[in-house]
Design a protein. Sequence first.
Length: 459
Amino acid sequence: MTLLWVTAASAGPLDIVAGPTVTPVLGGLVSAGDAGSLADPSRGPKQSVGRPAAPVAPLLTITVTTGGERARAADALASTLGVNVKTSENNGTWGEHAKIQAALQRLGVRHLRTRLFTNRPDQYAVLRNLAAAGIRSDVVAGDPTGSGGTPEQLVAVAAGQLGTAVDAFEGVNEWNFSGHANWAAEARAHQQRLYRAVNANPRTASVPVLGPAISANASSQRSILGDLSPYLDYGNNHLYPGGRAPSWRIDEQLLSARIVSGRKPVMFTEAGYHNALNDSSGHRPTSEGATAVYGPKLLAEHFSRGVSRVYLYDMVDDQLNASLNNHEDHLGLLHNDLSEKPVFGALRNLLRLTSDPGAGFTPGSLKYSLVGAPADLRHILLQKRDGKFLLLLWRDVTIWDQVREVSVPVTAATMGVHLARSSPVSVFRPSSSAAAQASLQTSAPSVKVGGDLVVMQIG
């Protein structure tokens, strides 16, 4: 079989030239399990009905040259993940603040997003407790009506009541859906007041300000909102793939964000999948099993594009709703009874592998080749402070048919990783297990890459 040799320069495009015949299976580390069988481990009510497997992608060989590929800090990926939490609610499951905090700590997330209100000392206590546990908050600072507090009042609350609990302020949320004829002018004025208030207070002047969020389904309305880049530090997007692959529309939305935020970095303050399989709205569902596979890949897709943070929406299902007919009730990482969905475990496993807090350091480089890589392969190279490299491998493939609501089998590709020297190598599949699937000493490990994200630890 004649493969393509792809040379990845340190920060440039891929140069593809014809190359020699290479046997893609190198021997060594082939982890157990085909990701095609992982597409729906929850065995939800709707299963595959014999849909043909996706065609096998063409194979490539990717060779990293000129000193190797420079890694990124592993902890940067762990710190990119956030989650939405309703810290102001005291009724029902959302009122179980101590249990939700314990779940956040189990997950390993360090950032959450919530709306802040004035005259709510109970909420301020929740936020301070979370900060004491190492979980800080992006706070949505009200809306143009002043309901719940004006920007100036909410900044004063943060400065006087919350200490270091706030790690970002955010403009109005999806005001294009408010029904107000002058929504854009109102959102602009609110954002300007927020930015000025944050920067005028010595206790908050160093805290970044996010722009207002516009729903991805109304991205054309960014042109109506216009350029707010002088009044924000980060752009702000919302994007729900609706059962599609996690890469869906990210590039488009990053480009669209420039209309409002210019060349400022961008956060996605809402993203994720819902599991209401009987929902009839246009927001298509995803099974719990498929969401467990998509979840780690969603984080990787955003991180690989330089997205500063992505907040999943949200932490807990709003209602029990056993009929599964309302998507708003089933967006959580936890069920309404606080039991864990499979995606919770998948993300926890990935965060445990990548979390590496501490003083800043400069990651090194790794020389390697990916042999027999499918053309849809994506990868990220990370390094931890102890010197270990983490090579994240995944494919931009669909594992769920969002229209028919059935799993789509993915034929796993067996590919090799050529290292410059023999090293300890372990393979992890966060969507299925916290444990290493296989470990050995080798310079030429092989691994199956199907629908799920694979982490190869080297060193």
